[in-house]
Ligand binder design. Structure first.
Ligand code: HEM
Length: 135
């Protein structure tokens, strides 16, 4: 026997209030995956531009990178990148486990655990990124 449901207008983005943990996990995984791709392209563009600008002088290249690292906004963005990567990796491993049938009964809990561990790693990284003088 088949059943049908009136699910309302699915394309209405205002419906985020109805999201379950699994929906947030899905959205965050997509979001972080594509941010990482965006970062990868930006990273290669910035480094190859710095190599070009240095014109074969390693010291000039190091100067450019140290200049970038001295900008507070860049260090804050790096913390965001760490958060993005750590969450994507933890949630990705979680998804692979789910695909293998491991922990099917604890999917919400493992998603929350991924968020908490990501938060802990980010907090622990703050002295490194904002402590100054590391570069
Ligand atoms: C250990 C590292 C990683 C793990 C375990 C991992 C795991 C996964 C998994 C399991 C999926 C598929 C999720 C699904 O079933 O829909 C996925 C999707 C994706 N990952 Fe990763 N990933 C990792 C690193 C990366 C990196 C480094 C990048 C980018 C440079 C990346 C970009 C993406 C993108 C763009 C998607 C597709 C998102 C979408 O659904 O539109 N991942 N990842």
């Amino acid at each position: 026997m088949s059943q049908s449901y009136d699910r309302g207008l699915i394309e209405d983005f205002g419906r985020w209030r109805e999201f379950s943990a699994g929906m947030w996990a899905w959205i965050l995984h997509k979001f972080t995956g594509w941010i990482l791709i965006g970062y990868l392209f930006t990273h290669i563009a910035v480094l190859s531009t710095a190599i070009q600008a240095a014109g074969g002088d390693p010291a000039a290249y190091t100067d450019t990178l140290q200049g970038l690292e001295s900008v507070l906004v860049i260090r804050i963005l790096e913390i965001g990148l760490l958060a993005t990567a750590v969450f994507h990796i933890l949630n990705g491993v979680r998804l692979l486990m789910v695909d293998l049938g491991i922990g099917l009964e604890a999917q919400d809990k493992s998603f929350y655990a991924a968020l908490v561990v990501t938060g802990a790693v980010v907090v622990a990284s703050v002295p490194t990124f904002l402590g100054g003088g590391v570069v």
